[in-house]
Design a protein. Structure first.
Length: 161
């Protein structure tokens, strides 16, 4: 089994409920066990800031699915929640975004699949929830989640009750 971290985000509709439901869907993936999920965080929109705040979280799973199959399963869940990915559109509003942040200590750089997520170490909205549930995980080639998160600016990010 491989330990994998999945980032979740949404800013359309009832984003908090969507994330909770998406976490439940992760628990139903074949050959996969949901270990834990972080708290939910309200975070300012990133990249394109003229949109609603996001709700973000991270889930930790153990899986026997190869990385590509796990990613395909995540994309299927996104579509079930109404996500439509448009070519060339980045950082826009979305019903659900699922990112494969880490897949064990493996580094993958293939078309459509880059692990660790190439900007994970720069994004507090992903690192803060990851540090909640897996502070000792390492981002290959970068360092420990806790050490990187400790140095991040977290302006505007707040844990939801």
């Amino acid at each position: 089994m491989t330990l994998a971290a999945v980032g979740l985000g949404a800013n359309l509709g009832d984003a908090a409920a969507t994330l909770r439901d998406a976490i439940a869907e992760l628990a139903q993936l074949p050959e996969t066990t949901l270990l834990r999920a972080s708290r939910l965080y309200r975070t300012p929109a990133w990249g394109r800031t003229e949109q609603p705040d996001f709700i973000n979280a991270v889930a930790l799973v153990e899986t026997d699915l190869p990385a590509r199959e796990l990613l395909d399963a995540l994309l299927t869940i996104e579509r079930q929640f109404g996500r439509v990915r448009l070519d060339g559109e980045r950082w826009g509003p979305r019903t659900l975004d699922l990112d494969l942040l880490l897949y064990g200590d493996v580094v993958i750089d293939e078309p459509g699949l880059r692990v660790p997520h190439p900007h994970l170490h720069e994004r507090a909205f992903a690192l803060l929830p990851l540090a909640d549930i897996a502070p000792d995980m390492a981002i290959p080639g970068i360092g420990s989640v806790a050490a990187i998160a400790a140095g991040m600016a977290v302006d505007g990010i707040e844990a939801l009750p």
